[in-house]
Design a protein around this ligand. Structure first.
Ligand SMILES: NC(=O)c1ccc[n+]([C@@H]2O[C@H](COP(=O)([O-])OP(=O)(O)OC[C@H]3O[C@@H](n4cnc5c(N)ncnc54)[C@H](OP(=O)(O)O)[C@@H]3O)[C@@H](O)[C@H]2O)c1
Length: 346
């Protein structure tokens, strides 16, 4: 006998930031598990800007488009409630590729599923500091961006999860850190709570000019989360031999055509820049080691993450649109379950 499960299913390719016409909440019984499957009762699932790209038709992205009629995939934190995989048992707390749903069905031999510890003061950090965003931030700063102590480090979407973690990691590494945000409240969070040296509200200033004033000796490392006009403003301010770590192109995710730019591509030659793209599934296997490295900073309060938690599966679409309208700070999650009620073990 299956569990009653509600899940968000993609029915049409969305237009812009409108999801109500493209995604439908469908209720059904979970099917019998096939050999190798696990059934996870979701507690939280992650809202990620990249999901928007997979809702669209682009075939040349780093993941194929979500087929119409399929559930929306996302990273979930939840409890295994039934398993037909020898490595997972009922009661395990897992972080996994699952679905925007009450329950996820995942196949660990084919998609990412990892048992995680219950001994963490805030279990949401399995989807924050100690999950894919943390690993992306860490490697984007230290390996792909190759930041060095004393350098000027700039990050966009800095009040988002990856940007806020990248800035804090660069700070711990000895960089001067500047965040680009979308509001004074977010800028204040970065400088007053997270230790950023400066923050620029991109909606309040001429960004290119503001960067020139804030980074008079140029930007040595730019951790790009958004692309578009912000990237052009930073390219115009890069220092000689600077590095651009291309983490995300958020402003383009709702576009189906190849990008025409960046407009300031010339700066790559003029400043002898290095631009490197990177994608977290390429380094998931390094997660345990990266978590060990970040743990001391976390325990000392030097690596923090705030959560913007939306309760209720039915509220997912409104919460998701805030990623693109800038209406939230930190890591966006939807909460659909309760750890105590679901695990039986905590
Ligand atoms: N390469 C990888 O493996 C990898 C892994 C994780 C994430 N990413 C990418 O990293 C980027 C950030 O993801 P995230 O999950 O950290 O972000 P997030 O927490 O979802 O935050 C997104 C932030 O982007 C900013 N933003 C929205 N529209 C913008 C616009 N038009 N121009 C500039 N900024 C805008 C907003 O902040 P403000 O209003 O403060 O600007 C918003 O809070 C995305 O592009 C994502 O795809 C890549």
């Amino acid at each position: 006998m299956g569990e009653q499960n509600r899940q968000w299913v993609l029915t049409h390719r969305p237009v812009g930031n409108k999801y109500a016409d493209a995604v439908e909440l469908v209720s059904m019984q979970t099917p019998d598990l096939a050999e190798g499957d696990v059934l996870i009762r979701n507690i939280y699932f992650s809202l990620d800007a990249g999901t928007r790209m997979w809702m669209g038709p682009r075939e040349d992205s780093y993941s194929p488009p979500t087929p119409l009629g399929s559930p929306i995939i996302s990273t979930v934190l939840g409890s295994v409630v039934a398993s037909r995989h020898p490595d997972f048992q009922s009661g395990d707390l897992v972080r996994a590729y699952g679905q925007w749903a009450d329950f996820s069905i995942s196949r660990p031999d084919e998609v990412y599923v990892e048992r995680v510890s219950r001994r963490l003061d805030d279990l949401r950090q399995h989807l924050g500091v100690f999950g894919a965003n943390g690993w992306t931030a860490y490697l984007g700063v230290l390996e792909y961006g190759a930041a060095r102590p004393g350098e000027t480090f700039v990050v966009s979407a800095a009040s988002g999860v990856t940007g806020a973690l990248a800035g804090q990691i660069a700070k711990q590494h000895g960089c001067r850190v500047v965040g680009i945000t979308g509001s004074p409240r977010k800028s204040a969070w970065l400088t007053e709570e997270l230790g950023f040296d400066a923050a620029i509200d991109r909606n309040a200033v001429d960004l290119e000019q503001a960067l020139r004033e804030t980074c008079p000796e140029g930007v040595d490392v730019y951790f790009d989360n958004v692309g578009g006009a912000v990237l052009d403003s930073v390219l115009a301010n890069m220092s000689l031999f600077g590095r651009v770590a291309v983490c995300g192109l958020l402003v383009h995710y709702d576009q189906n055509e190849p990008l025409p730019g960046p407009a300031r591509f010339d700066q790559i030659l003029m400043k002898r820049l290095t631009m490197t793209g990177f994608f977290s599934p390429d380094f998931y296997h390094r997660g345990p080691d990266l978590n060990r490295r970040m743990r001391p900073w976390y325990e000392q309060g030097k690596l923090q993450m705030a959560f913007d938690v939306t309760p209720g599966l039915e509220n997912t679409l409104d919460a998701y649109s805030t990623l693109f309208t800038g209406g939230k700070i930190g890591k966006a999650l939807v909460q659909v379950g309760d750890l105590d009620a679901t695990s039986g073990l905590s």
